[in-house]
Every structure is written in C-alpha cells, then in structure tokens.
Write a protein that binds this ligand. Structure first.
Ligand code: B12
Length: 229
C-alpha cells in the first residue's frame, strides 16, 4: 500500500487541528515499554506512534482556586481526544490504518506492578517522539512549553519518518524542588507512588465537588513553562 501523504502534511494537519506540538516515534523505539503496554498491544500492526500536545494555560498556576485549572484540564482532555480522532480519520482517508490514543482514562490496572497505566504511557511515548525529556517529577518537559502541556496520540499501521530524540535535558542539574515540595512525598525522581498522589491531588474539597487539588510538582519546576536557556 503506497504511502499517500508525507509527515510534513500530517504535522500540518495536526497543527490545523489545534496541536501546538506533533512528534513521531517508530514502534521499534518502544522495546522498554512494560509488558502489555506496548503500542502493538493496542494496534498489533502498529508501525508508528504520533504524539500530539497542546499548551496548558499557564495563568492557571497563579489562581488561588484550583477550579480554573481543573476546567482547563477537562477542556484539554476533550480537545486532545477529539484531535486524536480527527487525525485518525484524516489518515484513514489517505489509506492508512490509524486509531486514537486517549488523553486520560480509561486506564488499565496492571496487577504485575500494582499500578494504573494508560494503554500506553503518553509521556514516555512523547520522549520517544522527540517532544522532550522526562523530569524527576515524572512529567514530560518540552523546550518551548515546559511541563505545561496535555498529550494524546495516534497509533498508525504505516512506517512514518520518526523525529530525533530531544537533545536537551528536562531537569536542571541537581535540582530536587519537585521531590522536596510534594506534600505527600509521592515522588522518588523516577516514578510516583500513585495512591499517595491520587488520594491527595484529586477529589472533593471542603465539601465542594471533585476537582484537581494539587499540581505543586508541576508549578515549582524552574522549567515549568519552558526550558530556561
Ligand atoms: C495514571 C495517571 C496518573 C496517576 C499516576 C501518575 C503516574 N506518574 O503514573 C496520577 C493520578 C497520580 C496522576 C497524576 C498526575 N497526572 Co497523570 N496520568 C496518568 C495516565 C492516565 C497514565 C500514566 C501511566 O501510564 N503511568 C504509569 C507509568 C508511567 O508509571 P511508572 O510505573 O512510573 O513507569 C515506570 C516504568 O514502568 C517505565 N515505563 C512505564 N511506561 C513506559 C513506557 C516506555 C516506552 C518506557 C521506555 C518506559 C516506561 O518508566 C517508569 C519509570 O521507571 C497519563 C495518560 C497516559 N496515558 O499516559 C496521565 C498523565 C501522565 N498525567 C498528566 C498530568 C499532567 C498529571 C498531573 C500533573 C495532574 C495534576 N494533578 O494536575 C499529576 C502529576 C503527578 C506526577 N508528577 O506524575 C499528563 C502529563 C503531561 C506531561 N507534561 O508529562 C498525562 C500524560 C495526561 C495527558 N494526557 O497529558 N496521573
């Protein structure tokens, strides 16, 4: 089946759909993915993974209430899912097999590690698609937008030209601000204690409805809104 469109055309379409960033990883880069959470566990014929990102409104970090932050998160969740579906439709119109990678839940329960996992880890896939590097807060840090981005993606059954891995580091050398600032000490610099974070950072507040209540690990990062030169 001939390749109908170029990666330039794919990225142009992603940008027209509202993506601030679009990167491509070839499936052979995912050999370290946990068992059962590899792109071919989602799409057996997967050859490439496209990762999409949208900026997350920085001003939310200046809010005293976390409700505006939660509102932006909810909006981006929908926007990034819709974008992944629309790009999949575009690729299918060009004779490619393409299915969306959701931006948030539903998650799977991985009994082996005792963790909730996305069907793939978007931030790890984003590193493999050249969109940034992982911070000690376990968030993807992008040169332009820092960790203030929301991700989704598309699994593609065709070999697409992969992007180079980002040449920069996500963290400032010897910085441990996120680890030190986490109110529940959920971070160890490599992974996160999910129940500690989930129970503290999400839920009702003073009898008010569910919202995101904590994002300190995001906010204290010196590279929160872009990598400082
Ligand atoms: C489950 C989940 C959570 C859980 C657990 C978070 C976690 N770190 O695992 C909880 C509820 C705690 C959570 C909290 C938050 N989350 Co969250 N979360 C997810 C979700 C749905 C799945 C993440 C996942 O699979 N984790 C399991 C894996 C990664 O955990 P692990 O055991 O640490 O993995 C180790 C190994 O197994 C290995 N590994 C695992 N997978 C892979 C894959 C490959 C290829 C390789 C090489 C290695 C590897 O590396 C790790 C270290 O050794 C993703 C969406 C998605 N599908 O990716 C959003 C996501 C990670 N969350 C996001 C965000 C923004 C948050 C919050 C800031 C929300 C808030 N409070 O405002 C906090 C931040 C907490 C933090 N510092 O991580 C964003 C991150 C964006 C970014 N800049 O990176 C995502 C990508 C959502 C999105 N669509 O943008 N989240």
């Amino acid at each position: 089946m001939s390749l109908m469109i170029s990666t330039v055309a794919i990225k142009k379409t992603a940008s027209e759909l509202g993506a601030d960033l679009c990167g491509i990883a070839s499936v052979d880069r995912f050999q370290e993915a946990p068992k059962g959470f590899h792109p071919t566990d989602v799409l057996p014929a997967c050859k490439s993974v496209i990762i999409l990102a949208s900026r997350f409104l920085k001003s939310t970090l200046d809010g005293k209430s976390t409700v505006p932050y939660t509102t932006v998160r909810d909006e981006l969740k929908t926007k990034m899912n819709r974008m992944a579906v629309k790009l999949s439709e575009y690729l299918e119109e060009h004779k490619m097999t393409a299915i969306p990678m959701n931006s948030t839940g539903p998650d799977e329960w991985d009994a082996e590690s005792g963790k909730f996992r996305g069907i793939i880890s978007l931030k790890h896939a984003a590193v493999l698609a050249g969109l940034g590097k992982m911070g000690k807060n376990t968030l993807l840090v992008n040169e332009q937008f820092g960790n203030m981005i929301w991700l989704s993606g598309v699994f593609v059954g065709e070999n697409l030209e992969a992007d180079p891995i980002a040449p920069y580091e996500g963290c400032i050398k010897n910085c441990t601000l996120c680890l030190d600032s986490c109110p529940v000490k959920a971070l160890d610099g490599i992974s996160i204690n999910q129940p500690l974070c989930r129970n503290y950072a999400f839920g009702e507040h003073n009898g008010g409805e569910w919202r995101i209540k904590c994002y300190i690990c995001r906010k204290v990062c010196p590279n929160c809104t872009g990598i400082r030169k």
